[in-house]
Design a protein around this ligand. Structure first.
Ligand code: TYM
Length: 348
């Protein structure tokens, strides 16, 4: 992330660098969320840039959630952030619904974004499936709320996995159109930060599909709540091909499952995929998978243990979220007010 932050392009020169990202509390956190997002948030925190991380509970209800499950998943996600190394003192950590400025800003953006832009969103098409007429209006409007999440803080950098790229392009389009329509230079043109070996962790059952919490097969993913045995078993049973690991990355080009395991190894060990290949060239999966399982257990087990410990004190989690929301509002309120002024809303 450091390079991306430092080489920030000129449109944002007037803005203080600020990081924002969000995760939905809609089910188990998995290895994709950890490597594509959480671990990178923890690493970025050390760079001293103001960072704001949000449990996006309002996004989660764009598809129906059992209320008790949603509350539990939100607290568990907060525990996941902290267990993965995000410090709630250094970073701002809160749940979206406690900061009403997100939805207030989202309404303005609903009036800026165009129907045609929203209709192109591939995630809406994927999630709504064949029955799009029956999807919620919220699911359709979701990317405008996501733009509001980011821009209500004037965030300049958004670390995410690759699947969020299109939503971040829309965020830039919304900021550009708002600035243009009102003749201002008010919103930054946010930079997506999609970097590292694991920006798209794939399913253990099918190397062409992304690892996801909605996959019906639990064997397709590692959950951050899985114990050591489950982690090792899932890696051992992960789909692979019969060939040994090649001696260069090019040799992985048409081998999505093998490529996925190499990328996961690299991201967990803080190595590049090239370094992993150099160390393990010629190995059969019968040898490579146990090394990967040992590494995954060593890195992930402490996180799941810490999550369970934190979950025992829900009062403390709620206190952290409440304090985070207060700090978030200190930044968001003046930006929303200024937006209202620009748009012509009277504030008496
Ligand atoms: P969500 O909750 O689906 O995922 C949270 C983060 O995890 C990343 N991710 C992955 N990375 C690598 N490989 C995978 N298989 C994988 N699966 C998920 C996602 O890219 C994401 O970074 N719309 C967002 C949440 C959101 C948001 C925001 C993000 C709402 N507002 C503002 C950034 C800024 C989402 O549904 O992520």
């Amino acid at each position: 992330m450091s390079d991306a932050v430092q080489t920030q392009s000129t449109p944002n020169a007037a803005f203080t660098p600020r990081v924002f990202s969000g995760i939905q509390p809609s089910g188990n956190l998995h290895l994709g969320n950890y490597l594509g997002a959480l671990k990178r948030f923890a690493d970025a925190q050390e760079q001293g840039i103001e960072s704001i991380y949000c449990m996006v509970d309002l996004h989660a209800i764009t598809v129906w959630q059992d209320p008790a499950d949603l509350a539990r998943a939100t607290r568990e996600l907060c525990a996941g952030f902290i267990a993965a190394g995000v410090d709630p003192e250094k970073s701002i950590l809160f749940n979206q619904s406690q900061v009403p400025e997100h939805t207030q800003m989202a309404w303005i953006f609903n009036c800026v974004a165009r129907m045609g832009w929203m209709q192109r969103m591939t995630q809406f098409k994927d999630k709504a499936g064949k029955n799009a007429q029956n999807a919620s209006l919220g699911l359709f409007a979701y990317p405008a709320l996501m733009a509001a999440d980011i821009l209500v803080y004037h965030a300049t950098h958004v670390p995410v996995g690759e699947d969020q790229k299109q939503h971040l392009e829309l965020t830039r389009d919304i900021a550009t159109k708002f600035n243009h329509d009102y003749g201002v230079d008010f919103f930054p043109i946010t930079e997506p930060v999609i970097e590292g070996a694991a920006t798209r962790v794939m399913s253990f059952r099918d190397g062409t599909k992304k690892m996801s919490k909605s996959d019906p097969s639990d064997m397709s993913r590692i959950n951050l709540t899985d114990d050591a045995d489950a982690i090792a078993k899932k890696i051992r049973k992960a789909k692979t091909d019969p060939d040994p690991l090649p001696d260069s990355l090019e040799g992985l080009q048409d081998r999505p499952e093998a490529m996925n395991l190499v990328n996961i190894y690299a991201a967990l060990a803080d190595l590049t995929p090239e370094q992993v290949i150099a160390e393990h060239a010629g190995q059969q999966f019968g040898t490579f998978k146990p090394s990967l399982a040992d590494l995954a257990v060593a890195k992930l087990s402490p996180i799941s243990t810490e999550m369970s410990r934190l979950m025992q004190d829900q009062g403390e989690i709620d206190r952290i979220l409440g304090r985070g929301a207060e700090r978030a509002r200190e930044i968001a309120t003046p930006i929303l007010q200024k937006t209202y002024d620009i748009v012509g809303m009277i504030r008496s």
